[in-house]
Design a protein around this ligand. Structure first.
Ligand code: ZN
Length: 567
């Protein structure tokens, strides 16, 4: 009996090996498949069964997986890549902004005003006029005024957030509603900009001061926000995105947003994988850490995952709220920006989150803030010992040269958003001017971090900029605007290759979200999250990236976007 069983056990693998492999549900053939898997970078065919990749290789070998029910898609040489992952975005505010004035395409004051006037006229019943996306360079002096907004919305409160979310533009009605007068004191970590002569609020609200008005804007009702979320997911799938990592919900937002994501999942409509983080604030980091731990226990795997906390070490360069090592170049009397944390407090909070097994994200834009984040990560690693922690610095806009190699040394992810480096008027006249040519010369130093051996994860920071992956790829590779300016690209030595940029939007982004064993590359066993592109951007001139469309987006082998032109 025993020996019979043993014989059976020994025979089993042979029997399994000789049995025909079950046929695939879906077969992609005749393509140029870029796998992001170094052991097999290119293939012709991919087979999918039960939502997983079951074969990657040559067409001839794939044919044996074709059964009577297999759906075959002939790619005719088209490029296939892993589904894109946006490593830093704000999904729910991106969704909410789909019903607000979008100012991201306007760069002059008259154009902004016209766009807002049109929106207000088209929405006479809406109690507020809200929008976002203006850039500092559109305004004389770099900041907007309430009179400029009163001129187009005199009858209702109006509030327009800057593209970076760090400065608000309120009209007189909105300031009155918020009770902001010449006597109102600045909130912690915020500035109510006041006229130097009259002392009256100008309408520009920096950092936390924006919340004084923002908190009064009615949120969309749950059903409305849900409908907008579904629109947002469709928009992301159209640009090939199959996974996003979301940069920080407050505990209140968790209560409001999580039911919407859960509803989408229950209805089978969550067509993008989500990994979420909880905000930590300098005055009470323990609350955010505790909330993240609670959620991590409930959402460890699947389409909704919690795994980290996010904090802000500084603000942004444009409004002089970033934390720099040396004073501002345009106006040294303004100082060098104030970090939101003392180093010791940051170290304590990071070490506590790390000890709880959480991944830590720190928004750090100025060179001093970047150094503070890296120092805090180094201290936590020393204190808590080795661990697969994958801590991240978000944005990394103006790095000190000495800190570039530390990303590799500490195993910290540089989470960067290529389109933030778009060399437009705002970049030239405000961003670069504020920090001067020497520091601006290391602006968005993707290549420098790559050369130091560090890992980059790319994203959009949507709604800060469009989540369109091709706009990001184009900027990463050319460092030019859509119009092709400047001719040779801005600091072209810091650009990355198309292949590396793709890697940062796929396997590296997946790694930054602890997902590389399941997604981010096209490998047997991985989930079949794939995209088919209209052009082979790895062979075409970079200009063609902007004309590239996604023809098909597959999530676990199922189409979540299909271009009508695809047969
Ligand atoms: Zn962000």
């Amino acid at each position: 009996m025993r020996s019979a069983l043993l014989a059976l056990l020994l025979l089993t693998p042979l029997v399994a090996a000789s049995a025909p492999e079950p046929s695939a549900d879906l077969l992609l053939t005749g393509g140029r498949v870029w796998t992001a898997d170094p052991s097999r970078p290119w293939a012709e065919a991919v087979a999918v069964r039960d939502g997983r990749v079951v074969f990657v290789g040559r067409d001839a070998k794939a044919a044996r997986l074709k059964g009577p029910k297999t759906h075959v898609l002939a790619l005719r040489g088209r490029l296939v890549t892993p589904g894109f992952e946006d490593a830093h975005m704000h999904l729910m505010s991106g969704a909410r902004n789909l019903e607000r004035v979008d100012l991201t395409e306007d760069t002059t004051l008259p154009a902004l005003q016209e766009r807002i006037r049109e929106f207000a006229q088209a929405n006479p019943g809406s109690p507020w006029v809200v929008g976002r996306g203006w850039v500092y360079g559109s305004f004389p002096g770099g900041l907007p005024t309430r009179e400029q907004l009163d001129a187009v919305v005199p009858d209702r409160p109006a509030y327009m957030d800057c593209y970076d979310g760090h400065t608000g533009w309120a009209n007189s009605k909105a300031l009155a509603l918020a009770g902001i007068t010449r006597d109102t004191k600045d909130p912690q970590n915020g500035t109510i900009v006041k006229d130097a002569k009259t002392g009256e609020p100008t309408g520009a609200l920096k950092e936390a001061a924006g919340s004084l008005v923002e908190d009064l804007i009615p949120e969309p009702a749950a059903d409305r926000h849900y409908a907008l979320l579904l629109q947002a997911l469709a928009l992301l799938n159209r640009t090939g995105i199959t996974a996003v990592q979301d940069a920080g919900w407050t505990p209140e937002e968790v209560a409001r947003f999580l039911p919407l994501l859960e509803r989408a999942r229950a209805e089978g409509k969550l067509t993008v994988r989500t990994r979420l983080t909880v905000d930590i604030s300098p005055d009470d980091p323990a609350t955010g850490i505790a909330e993240a731990v609670r959620l991590r226990e409930r959402y460890r795997e699947g389409e909704i995952v919690f795994g980290g906390v996010k904090g802000y070490v500084d603000g942004v360069i444009e409004s002089h709220t970033a934390a720099m090592l040396a004073p501002w170049s345009d106006d040294p009397a303004l100082g060098r920006g104030t970090p939101r944390w003392e180093q010791a407090a940051l170290d304590r909070a990071v070490a506590a989150a790390d000890k709880a097994g959480l991944q830590v994200w720190l928004h750090s834009i100025g060179d001093r803030a970047i150094r503070m984040a890296l120092d805090a990560y180094a201290a936590a690693a020393k204190q808590n010992g080795p661990r697969d922690r994958r801590d991240r610095v978000e944005h990394v806009e103006a790095i000190d040269a000495a800190d570039a190699p530390r990303f590799a040394a500490l195993g910290v992810v540089a989470s960067m958003q290529p389109l933030h480096a778009n060399p437009d008027q705002n970049n030239e006249e405000v961003w670069s001017r504020n920090i001067g040519p020497e520091r601006a010369g290391r602006g968005f130093a993707w290549r420098l971090i790559e050369q130091g051996g560090g890992r980059l994860a790319f994203g959009s920071d949507w709604p800060v900029v469009t989540p369109d992956v091709f706009r990001g790829l184009y900027c990463a590779v050319t460092r030019k605007t859509r119009e092709g300016k400047p001719a040779g690209g801005w600091l072209p030595r810091l650009a990355v290759s198309v292949e590396n940029a793709l890697r940062h939007y796929t396997i590296d982004a997946a790694w930054a979200g602890f997902g590389e064993k399941e997604r981010g590359s096209i490998r047997v066993g991985n989930r079949a999250d794939l995209v088919v592109l209209s052009r082979n951007i790895l062979a075409a001139p970079p200009e063609e990236i902007l004309q590239t469309r996604v023809l098909l987006t597959l999530l676990e082998g199922k189409p979540v976007w299909r271009d009508p032109s695809l047969q």
